[in-house]
Design a protein around this ligand. Structure first.
Ligand SMILES: NC(=O)c1ccc[n+]([C@@H]2O[C@H](COP(=O)([O-])OP(=O)(O)OC[C@H]3O[C@@H](n4cnc5c(N)ncnc54)[C@H](O)[C@@H]3O)[C@@H](O)[C@H]2O)c1
Length: 250
């Protein structure tokens, strides 16, 4: 499938949390179609180290990128923490009623406030430029609650992830509504569970609840991101693009 698109060539795109699993697929695809991608992350492999919990780090990172590149066309807020059940994350062993406040605070700080902080600085720059496009990566769990029965016995999908991702969606609608006339768009990419190294049993249980009978792939999530980054989505703002193989919530 050709992904050629003239509007993408030479666009300067800042990707947060770009060293992670999906981030690597995103940056690879965007580069393939001629986008200048600046990968930011707290991880040392990043082009620019930028910690989304630290406003100074964000201000400095985006300022440097703008000076070097001359503009910032798109910011993709992809950085997040997601205590995945399958790598033995301590959070997943807590029941809802015992969930530690510290874990909730940490998710709010990275997933929700992190996105908000980056948007604040990006919007200042985009208002000066008179154009800009923000894509916030949420999750289908920001739209619909997890089905706890698909998770291994003794674990739960913790509450902090869906709650913070739902917050990212409303933050994006707020921005879209307030800054559209300044030439700024803001949409949400909401992936479903992406197939990786999950246990076969989990993959099967998950897949029973999707219309396509499988999990999502990183490539199809990346294709949807490409659409939101490109001018093909120029008529859209404040929208949530869900790519979840047709998850059936109830
Ligand atoms: N993988 C999935 O199945 C899935 C499904 C739905 C939504 N998502 C969303 O997609 C995005 C990417 O997910 P992923 O699976 O690649 O996760 P990941 O954990 O592999 O990558 C997240 C990246 O964010 C970085 N990060 C964490 N804290 C940071 C901070 N304070 N400042 C800057 N960077 C920070 C990490 O270093 C990491 O590189 C996330 O927003 C996630 O919620 C993923």
């Amino acid at each position: 499938m050709s992904r050629e698109n003239k509007s993408l060539k030479g666009k300067v795109v800042v990707l947060t949390g770009g060293v992670g699993f999906l981030g690597q697929y995103f940056s690879r695809l965007l580069r393939e179609v001629g986008v200048v991608v600046i990968v930011t992350d707290v991880a040392k492999e990043a082009d620019v180290i930028m910690d989304v919990t630290d406003q100074d780090s964000i201000d400095q990172g985006l300022k440097e990128i703008r000076q070097e590149q001359g503009k910032i066309d798109v910011v993709i807020n992809n950085a997040a923490i997601d205590p995945k059940f399958d790598i033995g994350a301590a959070q997943n062993k807590y029941e809802f009623v015992n969930y530690p406040e510290e874990a909730m605070q940490q998710s709010v700080n990275v997933n929700l406030l992190g996105t908000w902080r980056v948007c604040k600085t990006a919007i200042k720059i985009m208002c000066e430029q008179g154009f800009g496009n923000i894509v916030n990566v949420a999750s289908f769990y920001g739209v619909t609650p997890p089905r706890q029965e698909i998770y291994p016995t003794g674990t739960e999908k913790p509450v902090d992830y869906p709650v913070t991702k739902a917050g990212v969606i409303m933050l994006s609608r707020h921005i879209a509504s307030q800054f559209g006339r300044d030439g700024i768009r803001c949409n949400v990419l909401a992936p479903g569970g992406v197939v990786r190294e999950q246990a076969k049993d989990f993959q099967e249980k998950y897949s029973e609840h999707t219309s396509l009978g499988r999990m999502s792939t990183p490539e199809e999530v990346s294709d949807a991101l490409l659409f939101l980054v490109s001018d093909n989505s120029r008529g859209m703002t404040g929208e949530v693009l869900v790519v979840d193989a047709g998850w059936r919530s109830r």
